[in-house]
Design a protein around this ligand. Structure first.
Ligand SMILES: Cc1cc2nc3c(=O)[nH]c(=O)nc-3n(C[C@H](O)[C@H](O)[C@H](O)COP(=O)(O)OP(=O)(O)OC[C@H]3O[C@@H](n4cnc5c(N)ncnc54)[C@H](O)[C@@H]3O)c2cc1C
Length: 449
């Protein structure tokens, strides 16, 4: 007989499903109790399941859905936010923006929890200026393998191993982070089109020098002279004086749209090299050549994908892979090689993003490093996809780069030490705090973490 408490879980890419017993603790004491009772297949925290691969799954074990730990308290004077580990960044935004404060780092969706953001040490469009999420976390409460809750300051080595530690050092039940001041819920956005990859990279570099938030969409399906053409978006927080008169009185109003639902059924193969190329062509042509200081809402600038609920289903039953790499600036030529391979493989990528990352944070498993990061989505089908991505992994590793574990569902374990040279240090600390491997995930088993 099947166990009624068992639930099938996947990441956002909807590949690699496995089942686990999912429990939903209501507070830190319940988390501690559930950790103490963990069975032989271990236990793992899960936030909103927005990591793409198998990071928030534990086949045959216990997964704690942390989303009931969702309190958010913002100190309007200091800009410190005290959050339950399962509070979403969207909830933080709703509490903080009307008070004139803003999350220091936002990924491409507001539907991630602060615990998930810390465990993957997420980066945003401002990484070149502001670093990753963990750099703004002052302290946290971590429930360890012994079921004890410990208060950790950010300089504590266990705190640093937790930042980017993929939930494998314990469960974050709450944290305090510092927010940044803002005067409005609008952005001033510059948009420029670049005809090829060299121009795109040069424009992105120039935009980084002038703006706190930058990102580029890149067409990975064109070749020849148009290889790597794209669109650079650069944003600054708007001041009340930048807004039209009627908006000024409520400059800090924040009402994110709930988003339209994606269709529940899509034809198989909706996204194929032909539809993807047609989409990319239209997207590129629709963008202005050079538009300055357009007012956009925070949601439009930071979270356009949140406008379609459940958009991940558009990739159909087999799901999709998101591949994100970073290579040092000196190895920028790897970005060209990767786009050449994607373009000649006709890889049906529409959501491809190029960005420059700034300094690393102290976490041994944290992804960001100074360099170029390229992110691409691809339908998880086609005989050659695994071979294509294995080849890209090797290119990236040889260049001293790495792939992002929050997006991964298929990396070969032998490449982890090459890509994350401090993994030994992290494993040593982890085996001290969790000698029996209480915290475990499908990703951890697959990669030997
Ligand atoms: C549309 C979209 C855009 C994105 N854009 C970006 C981006 O710009 N930059 C970026 O860096 N990432 C980005 N991501 C990835 C996403 O930010 C991360 O995967 C994030 O970890 C998801 O948070 P979550 O709450 O859904 O965590 P989950 O996916 O549920 O879990 C992720 C990991 O965190 C661990 N974890 C979760 N909660 C806790 C906790 N309380 N204590 C300890 N460990 C915990 C889990 O065990 C797991 O290993 C994006 C994802 C999507 C879907």
């Amino acid at each position: 007989m099947s166990d009624p408490a068992r639930t099938v879980l996947t990441g956002w890419g909807r590949t690699a499903p496995t089942s686990a017993t999912v429990l939903r603790p209501r507070d830190g004491d319940q988390v501690a109790d559930m950790v103490r009772r963990a069975g032989p297949r271990g236990v793992l925290a899960r936030g909103l399941g927005r990591s793409y691969g198998d990071a928030a799954q534990d086949a045959g074990g216990t997964v704690l859905d942390l989303t009931a730990l969702d309190t958010v308290g913002v100190d309007a004077e200091t800009g410190l936010a005290a959050c339950g580990g399962g509070a979403s960044l969207g909830q933080v935004m709703q509490a903080a923006i009307p008070l004139g404060w803003f999350p220091p780092v936002l990924p491409g969706t507001r539907h991630v929890t602060v615990g998930g953001a810390l465990a993957t040490d997420v980066h945003g469009k401002n990484h070149h200026r502001s670093g990753s999420f963990a750099s703004h976390v002052r302290s946290m409460t971590l429930v360890g393998a012994d079921g004890e809750a410990r208060r950790l300051e950010s300089a504590d080595p266990l705190s640093q191993a937790t930042a980017g530690g993929m939930g494998l050092t314990g469960i974050v039940t709450d944290l305090v982070m510092s927010l940044r001041p803002v005067e409005s819920s609008f952005m001033q956005v510059d948009t420029t089109r670049a005809p090829d990859l060299d121009a795109l990279m040069a424009q992105l570099e120039a935009a980084d020098a002038a703006h706190p938030y930058t990102v580029a969409w890149v067409d990975c399906l064109t070749g020849g002279r148009r290889l790597g053409r794209g669109i650079v978006y650069a944003g600054d927080h708007a001041a009340p004086a930048d807004l039209p008169e009627p908006e000024r009185a409520a400059a800090l109003r924040f009402e994110p749209p709930t988003g339209l639902p994606a269709p529940t059924w899509t034809p198989a193969g909706l996204l194929n090299p032909h539809t993807a190329a047609a989409f990319n062509e239209a997207w590129f042509r629709k963008a202005p050549r050079d538009r300055r200081q357009q007012l956009q809402t925070i949601s439009t600038f930071f979270h356009p994908l949140d406008g379609v609920r459940g958009w991940n289903r558009l990739y159909g039953h087999a799901g999709f892979v998101q591949y994100q790499l970073v290579v040092p600036f000196a190895e920028g030529g790897v970005v060209r090689k990767v786009i050449e391979r994607l373009s000649s493989a006709r890889a049906a990528t529409v959501l491809a993003v190029l960005k420059r990352l700034g300094a690393s944070s102290p976490g041994p498993l944290s992804f960001p490093m100074p360099g170029w990061t390229l992110t691409v989505d691809m339908p998880a089908r086609g005989r050659d996809l695994a071979r294509l991505l294995d080849g890209l992994d090797q290119l990236v590793a040889d260049a001293g780069g790495r792939v992002y574990l929050a997006k991964d569902a298929r990396l070969r374990p032998e490449l982890v030490a090459e890509m994350y040279p401090r993994v030994g240090e992290w494993l040593e600390l982890r085996s001290r705090v969790d000698p029996h491997g209480c915290f475990v995930s499908d990703l951890a088993r697959r990669l030997g973490l």
